[in-house]
Design a binder for this molecule. Structure first.
Ligand SMILES: [Zn+2]
Length: 407
């Protein structure tokens, strides 16, 4: 079946309870009107019984690592163990192997409704610095027009800056790294910021991904407050451990500087807290406080079935569910973190079922947003830039128990 462009999405329910007809105009939502009783036209898509949402964006993924768990069979453990398991495998993974896993991962994302992904891609301190970037650039080309893919050059610790420049030349869009893992955090961060300055590109760092150390966010906010390109601090685990007296000035600085924050609930829950068996901290950035301080705050799925997280479905409903249960945000805030705020952090135009927005939409069988996040419906229709690009329709059967017992 080819992709196609419906002219009208008929009788769709929105998250606010309205039932509407959505008129599409090429890649944009042309109009949203109260549902009419007009008969189906040939280019209508009937969404009676479906909930129509903004298509999710995942602002923090690792496509080069995804789906490697089964091959690696790593031990369970914390961030250091995961890194060791991954590096031992990555050293022998060639471009085609990385490409194959990344392709399958983006297919999962798209099937689940995600039409934009920012992925970090390893740029190792030794060996070929760009093979993973090259692999993911090929994936981006394969999904061009279907999924917006941004690539962050994830610089290995204490790396030669020339290797990061090579990754940018090979197709990476942003400079990244994990300064909190370096011998000298501030020096490593400064080195990476200078590369971004030279090249005029944005940055997205793995920031303070530890419960009790790291000052990347503070330095990033101070150092880049006059930048105009995108700046993002991913993870910010340490923020979850600070009391308000320490937290509030830091969040005020981040808000003033325009630094966005991305929480990654599933990976943080898995990797953090191994040394705290009693009252184990969750390690998730304090999303409600970040939002209240005016920081654009999104959430990502991060790792999908790799040494950093053995599970994960590449599904925004999973991330949103964890935000509600483990980070105590409301249903609406959770969905915002994986849709509107995720797109804002990524610098993408707004999408969703509102007039004038990009027609990146996800329809699911369900009655409400809470119901959708709770049940992650299997039946989905994915619309990217006004085109239907993925669809899943399941058939169901259940044993007719009551009839049998009556018989
Ligand atoms: Zn990450």
């Amino acid at each position: 079946m080819d992709s196609y462009r419906p002219r009208r999405l008929r009788r769709a329910a929105l998250a606010d309870g309205r039932v509407v007809d959505v008129v599409l105009d090429a890649d944009t939502v042309g109009a949203v009107r109260p549902a009419s009783d007009a008969p189906m036209a040939p280019d209508d898509l009937d969404l009676d019984g479906w909930l129509l949402l903004t298509a999710p964006a995942d602002p923090h993924a690792h496509l080069d690592k995804a789906l490697s768990w089964d091959a690696i069979q790593p031990p369970s453990g914390d961030l250091d163990r995961a890194i060791a398991s991954w590096l031992a495998y990555f050293g022998q993974a060639d471009e085609d192997e990385i490409h194959s896993r990344a392709m399958r991962t983006v297919e999962r994302y798209l099937q689940n409704g995600t039409t934009a992904i920012r992925t970090h891609v390893d740029v190792p301190a030794e060996g070929d610095p760009t093979r993973a970037v090259r692999a993911v650039v090929r994936v981006r080309e394969a999904f061009a027009g279907l999924v917006d893919i941004e690539i962050v050059a994830l610089a290995g610790r204490d790396i030669d800056p020339l290797r990061v420049e090579e990754a940018l030349a090979a197709g990476a869009d942003l400079v990244g790294g994990a300064p909190h893992l370096a011998v000298d955090e501030e020096a490593d961060l400064e080195r990476l910021l200078q590369i971004a300055e030279r090249r005029g590109v944005g940055v997205d760092f793995h920031a303070d991904e530890a419960l009790r150390r790291g000052s990347t966010l503070a330095h990033l906010a101070r150092r880049t407050s006059d930048w105009s390109v995108t700046r993002t601090a991913s993870h910010c685990v340490r923020l979850s451990m600070l009391d308000d007296a320490e937290l509030e000035p830091l969040l005020a600085d981040a808000a003033r500087a325009g630094v966005g924050v991305i929480a990654n609930p599933m990976t943080n829950l898995y990797l953090q807290g191994w040394d705290d068996p009693v009252a184990t901290p969750r390690g998730i950035a304090p999303i409600r406080k970040l939002r209240a301080a005016g920081v654009v705050t999104a959430a990502g799925g991060d790792n999908v079935r790799d040494p950093f997280n053995p599970l994960g479905r590449a599904d925004a409903f999973e991330t949103a569910m964890l935000l509600v249960t483990a980070a105590h945000v409301s249903i609406a805030e959770a969905w915002d973190a994986v849709t509107a705020s995720a797109r804002a952090v990524m610098g993408l135009p707004p999408a969703g079922p509102e007039t004038g927005r990009r027609a990146d939409l996800l329809a699911v069988r369900g009655g409400s947003l809470a119901d959708a996040i709770a049940s992650a419906p299997a039946d989905r229709i994915v619309i990217s830039r006004g085109r239907v690009v993925a669809r899943a329709d399941t058939t169901r059967w259940i044993h007719p128990r009551s009839q049998k017992e009556d018989a």
